[in-house]
Design a binder for this molecule. Structure first.
Ligand code: ADP
Ligand code: MG
Length: 468
């Protein structure tokens, strides 16, 4: 591309330049020839008019020697009356310059011709010849034409020299351009090639490769952004692996327990009946756990894949909260806990009521689970500004500061043993968080270990307008 641009500009420059030089030389030549031939014509006109043949001869021969060209004198018919080369005597010359002086009324005419079309050469071996025709005026009118034929080889030579110089410069510049371009493009493509190699490696599954960041330009930005992307991919990959291994572990634990229980029953046929019932009851409990984990996992993967269907409708959030608390009351009573609701009437939302129910259920169930017997759990619902605000407050065991940032992560549990014991999967809060996000809301938590926790969920009331 560079070469093309350079070639084009050189071509234009070259033709313009040689055109200028040619015009200049041509003009010089016309002025110079016309001047000397006109001067000569005033000298030879009287000699010709009064038939002083010898003097005329001498004057013309001397002049042609001085001017280094061929001088001819033509009469009014265009017939050669004198020729310093003496070969065209008596011949009629039909040169355009002669014609334009004799018939066209011009005083001086100048032209350059190829020799094959011209009739009179100016020397040996010239392919071109310049003619300068000047009217010969006597005392009683026109006498004829003084014609000067001269070589233009010198002029053409200078022109050629200029052209050669230009071509030489062009070749040099073109070579330089090609060299520089090659160098520059290597310099330019090297980082791109590096990046390509890196991306290929990544495509083959190696997520640890990173691009070399150097330079100070767009490629640097590209490499940096690529690395950021690679970083995210790698962490995504890591968390996915983590999720799979956590999930497997979570499924394995109840299976292992069940196998032990089952083997006990199987290999002790004469086990007392009440003991056997206890084993079977434990197994039943494990199966519940297992099916809980599977249910939660399904919910989560559905939400991950964006396949979770959200059935929005105008619903009373107050109603949903009341119903959920009612559902959990037996559980609270069993542990002598004081589960109370302070619910503003008619908090209406355009939302999925079963998902909001699950949010309330998971948070309240946690509050019950992580609060000792006889504790207090308060669930409130109110509208604050343009949001419905749900809080679930307990005076239970609380959450240590360092765990607060993680409790919404999948499978994260502060106290693994305790959570299992209570049938938890560690997925409840991450499901809650996703469902809140699905409704455009946000969730926060405040907790003091030993004193209790408060979960706050805010869901915008204009959910419908915002989505519409
Ligand atoms: N109200 C609460 N009080 C104290 N700890 C809580 C409370 N709610 C959640 N947690 C902590 O957060 C963890 C994650 O909760 P969750 O995702 O619901 O899992 P799970 O209840 O199955 O253990 C729990 O294991 C528990 O350690
Ligand atoms: Mg839970």
């Amino acid at each position: 591309m560079f070469l093309l641009i350079i070639s084009a500009s050189f071509y234009v420059t070259e033709t313009r330049l040689t055109g200028f030089v040619r015009d200049y030389l041509y003009e010089q030549r016309i002025r110079q020839d016309s001047l000397s031939v006109e001067k000569l014509s005033t000298t030879v006109a009287p000699l010709f008019e009064f038939g002083q043949a010898d003097a005329l001869d001498e004057a013309l021969v001397t002049a042609s020697g001085e001017m280094s060209g061929r001088l001819m004198l033509l009469d009014l018919d265009g017939k050669v009356q004198f020729d310093s080369f003496a070969s065209l005597m008596g011949v009629r010359l039909q040169l355009p310059e002669v014609v334009s002086v004799l018939l066209g009324g011009e005083a001086t005419s100048f032209g350059i011709h190829r020799l094959d079309t011209a009739a009179a050469s100016a020397g040996d071996g010239d392919s071109r010849v310049a003619y300068c025709a000047v009217r010969l005026v006597g005392s009683r009118g026109d006498l004829g034409v003084l014609l000067f034929a001269s070589s233009v080889s010198e002029m053409l030579d200078s022109l050629n020299r200029v052209e050669q110089q230009v071509v030489l410069v062009f070749v040099l510049v073109a070579l330089l351009a090609v060299g520089l371009t090659a160098l520059f493009s290597r310099f330019l493509t090297r980082p791109i090639n590096e990046l390509t190699t890196t991306i290929q490696k990544m495509g083959q599954g190696d997520l640890t490769v990173r691009a070399n960041v150097h330079g100070n330009d767009e490629l640097r930005t590209l490499a940096e952004n690529y690395n950021v992307m690679a970083e995210q991919l790698e962490s995504l990959d890591r968390s996915r692996n983590q999720f799979v291994s956590n999930a497997s572990h979570e499924l394995r634990t109840p299976l292992t327990t069940m196998k032990i229980l089952l083997e006990n029953v199987l290999y002790q046929p004469d086990m007392p009946r009440d003991m056997r019932d206890e084993f079977l009851g434990d197994m039943n409990h494990e199966i519940d756990r297992l099916s809980n984990v599977v249910k939660d996992l399904l919910t989560l993967t559905q939400m991950d894949g964006g396949k979770m269907e959200v059935h929005r409708e105008w619903m009373s959030f107050s109603q949903t909260v009341r119903e959920t608390l009612h559902l959990l009351t037996p559980q609270a009573e069993k542990r002598h806990q004081d589960l109370r609701g302070r619910i503003a009437p008619d908090v209406m939302l355009f939302a999925d009521s079963s998902k909001l129910g699950q949010i309330v259920y998971n948070l309240t169930e946690n509050a019950l689970k992580y609060t000792p017997e006889g504790g207090r759990i308060l669930v409130t619902l109110q509208t604050r500004g343009r949001s419905a605000v749900l809080t679930v407050q307990d005076n239970g065991i609380g959450i240590p500061q360092e765990d607060l940032g993680h409790i919404f992560d999948r499978f994260y549990r502060v106290d693994k043993a305790r959570s299992r014991e209570t049938g938890g999967t560690g997925l409840g809060l991450s499901i809650v968080r996703q469902m809140v996000a699905l409704h455009g809301g946000e969730i926060s938590v405040e907790s003091t270990p030993g004193a209790g926790s408060t979960f706050t969920v805010k869901i915008p009331l204009e959910e419908r307008e915002a989505r519409a």
